[in-house]
Design a protein around this ligand. Structure first.
Ligand code: PMP
Length: 409
């Protein structure tokens, strides 16, 4: 090996240390290493069917085949990506409001929902470098690194009350009431990750009141539309804010509801105060994308656009999303029922009230550690479980394990 000198270009990366593994990926790795035949993975962040697969919905497959058979070129699409996708995915989110707001919307296709969140943070940083984004406490583990790496400052607002397993609404509102005008508030559109606890319509109203009165800006992360109740109900909070507030930022992911995870399909949109501002924003969005990755990948967006533009495919897809949510609701009841049967003195009904794939078990770190290491039931250290990992076959095992660690702690 040639000798290295300080400052030698060949040693450029020699000072980098190996980073600790991502806590969620660490859980996946530990699960894989475990030889127990009855091990259960409740840690993953993806939907699973009763066979443990993460399927591509039939309508999405059909759309993909149509896209492939009709596509004659792979030439670049452009910095804003697939324009039809942008329009249709924003219309899916905003529903009947979309035509009304059309002139005020600047939308760009992004690299999944993560790309949308980052695009939003970069735009904020470019337009208002001193703005602070307030995220819920707790929030999805990637929100802070993803948004914060743009240089924008982050703070947390109270969101979850572990003792009642519900929204700490008074504290949340109290925090918002004290924010200066121009502060940005990141809200989960539905299926809050990791708590499963969503705002109810009256709470969305009260949040809209404060945002309006204090001149605050909502940034809605819509990663699970259709996974809480249905496609429209899950977007009701977002639509209420879009109706009432002059400016709104929106990050959309097609990973879960379209099952397009690895295709990285998503969009970022701003509903701006007026059409002129929207036009200016569109140029900045394009520049931000161009400077980071030039253009987004087309395939996933083309597929989603196809589903959304074909009435038959759309209906089939909406039915498939409804079947996924029905299954998650059924698994929530199943697990709550099995836990309740073992410990009728404890209340597990919160599991059935929460929305989407995730809930927090609310056990001490040692109990979560015991679930993973002794009971072979895996989840990240915060105790977030993915209900889609529960099945008819493993539910008794999971319930036994949870009850055993509760009784031991
Ligand atoms: N927001 C939240 C709350 C999420 O849970 C996810 C996916 N795990 C995303 C955004 C973005 O997902 P993706 O980049 O895979 O579309």
């Amino acid at each position: 090996m040639p000798a290295r000198r300080a400052g030698d270009a060949s040693d450029m990366f020699g000072n980098l240390e190996i980073l600790p593994p991502d806590p969620i990926l660490g859980v996946t790795a530990a699960f894989r290493r475990d030889r127990d035949p009855d091990k259960v993975d409740l840690g993953v962040g993806v939907y699973r069917d009763e066979y443990g697969n993460t399927p591509v919905p039939g309508a999405v497959r059909a759309a993909e085949q149509a896209v492939l058979s009709e596509q004659t070129t792979k030439v670049y699409v452009g910095p804003a990506g697939n324009l039809e996708f942008n329009e249709r995915i924003v219309a899916l989110a905003l529903g009947p409001l979309a035509p009304q707001l059309k002139e005020r919307i600047a939308a760009i296709q992004t690299v999944g929902g993560c790309g949308a969140l980052r695009m939003g943070a970069e735009l904020l940083h470019a337009a208002a470098p001193d703005a602070v984004v307030h995220v819920s406490d707790p929030t999805w583990a990637n929100h802070e690194p993803l948004l914060g790496n743009s240089g924008i400052a982050l703070q947390r607002y109270p969101y979850y009350e572990p003792s009642t397993r519900s929204v700490a609404f008074d504290q949340m509102l109290g925090h918002l009431e004290r924010l200066p005008p121009g502060a940005v508030v990141l809200l989960h559109g539905c299926c809050h990750n990791p708590t499963g606890v969503d705002l109810v319509p009256a709470q969305w109203d009260a949040v809209a009141d404060v945002l309006e009165r204090r001149g605050l800006v909502p940034f809605v992360d819509l990663a699970y539309q259709g996974f809480g109740d249905d496609l429209d109900t899950d977007a009701a909070g977002l639509r209420l804010l879009a109706r009432r507030l002059p400016t709104l930022l929106l990050a959309i992911s097609c990973s879960k509801n379209f099952g397009l995870y690895r295709e990285r399909a998503g969009a970022f949109a701003v509903v701006a105060e007026n059409a002129a501002t929207a036009r200016a924003i569109a140029t900045h969005q394009a520049r931000i994308g161009r400077r980071m990755y030039s253009m987004p990948p087309d395939h996933g967006a083309a597929i989603a656009a196809r589903v959304l533009s074909d009435a038959t495919l759309y209906r089939a897809w909406a039915d498939e999303v409804a079947a996924m949510v029905a299954r998650m609701k059924q698994l929530r009841s199943l697990l709550a029922g099995r836990l309740g049967a073992r410990r009728p003195d404890l209340d597990f009904s919160w599991l059935t009230r929460q929305k989407g794939m995730f809930s927090l078990l609310g056990l001490a770190p040692a109990a979560i550690g015991a679930l993973c290491n002794e009971e072979h039931v895996y989840m990240p250290p915060d105790g977030r479980i993915n209900l889609a990992g529960v099945s008819d076959t493993n539910v008794d095992r999971v319930a036994d394990a949870i009850v055993r660690v509760i009784e031991r702690s």
